[in-house]
Design a protein around this ligand. Structure first.
Ligand SMILES: [Zn+2]
Length: 237
């Protein structure tokens, strides 16, 4: 789960909805639950053997993390990020993440670098397994870790939102299902941070975000109904 800003509720309450959140998040990010799927509270309640209140809390947290959409009087649905949103999210990331990387290169401590290197190991282990949802989650955390090292609260806040949106976008639009962020791209960024080379870290991050964006298949799907109409039209001739 991505870090949440709302930590006001009692820990025991959070503990009750967390497993529901985790199960749904994994199912959505690994695309077992398709975009637009309705998520009825009563049905989820009986599946997870929890109350509707607990389900509602999990759904609200998922909506906060942009993977679920809540509609007044209609309920919750798996989010369906548009191609326009995908472009906008990566445009914004291309602007702010190189700057974050440059700041992090200046501030990274040996402990930060150790933690990032450990993270690279974790990413490599997950990529060997067949857990695409977990791989996307870890990739997201890598970028947030760098933002935390950069110690810029506004950038971190903006990036947290962008990364939340990115996870589902990558899950839906990524061309090849094997990996998300390439390990070597992350590794090179860590080495630039370790060397305190802000210019290099910034350039590598810029390239990495551009590569991520070009790895998305953003072929417009709006044409699908038209194609359907064409097919139906031809079948009548
Ligand atoms: Zn990455």
């Amino acid at each position: 789960m991505l870090d949440r800003t709302n930590k006001s509720e009692a820990p025991d309450q959070a503990a009750r909805w967390q497993p529901v959140y985790d199960a749904l998040h994994e199912a959505i990010i690994s695309r077992r639950l398709a975009p637009g799927t309705k998520l009825p509270e009563d049905e989820l309640g009986s599946i997870f053997s929890v109350s509707r209140t607990v389900v509602r809390s999990a759904l609200q947290a998922l909506a906060h993390d942009r993977v679920v959409r809540l509609e007044r009087n209609r309920g919750a649905f798996v989010a369906q990020p548009t191609i326009k949103e995908a472009r906008e999210v990566f445009d914004a990331r291309k602007l702010i993440e190189p700057r974050i990387a440059a700041l992090a290169a200046r501030l990274a401590t040996p402990e930060d670098i150790r933690s990032l290197r450990q993270h690279l190991e974790d990413e490599r282990d997950v990529m060997k397994s067949d857990r695409s949802g977990e791989a996307i989650r870890l990739s997201a955390h890598f970028h947030l870790k760098i933002a935390r090292i950069a110690d810029h609260s506004i950038f971190t806040e903006i990036l947290r939102d962008l990364i939340s949106r990115s996870s589902l976008i990558i899950a839906l639009y990524w061309r090849s299902r094997d990996t998300t962020c390439k390990c070597d791209a992350h590794r090179n960024i860590v080495e630039a941070l370790a060397a305190g080379d802000g210019a290099e870290a910034s350039a590598l991050m810029k390239k990495h975000i551009a590569d991520l964006f070009s790895g998305l298949d953003l072929t417009p799907t709006e044409n699908k109904p038209q194609r359907l109409a064409d097919i139906l039209g031809k079948s009548r001739v």
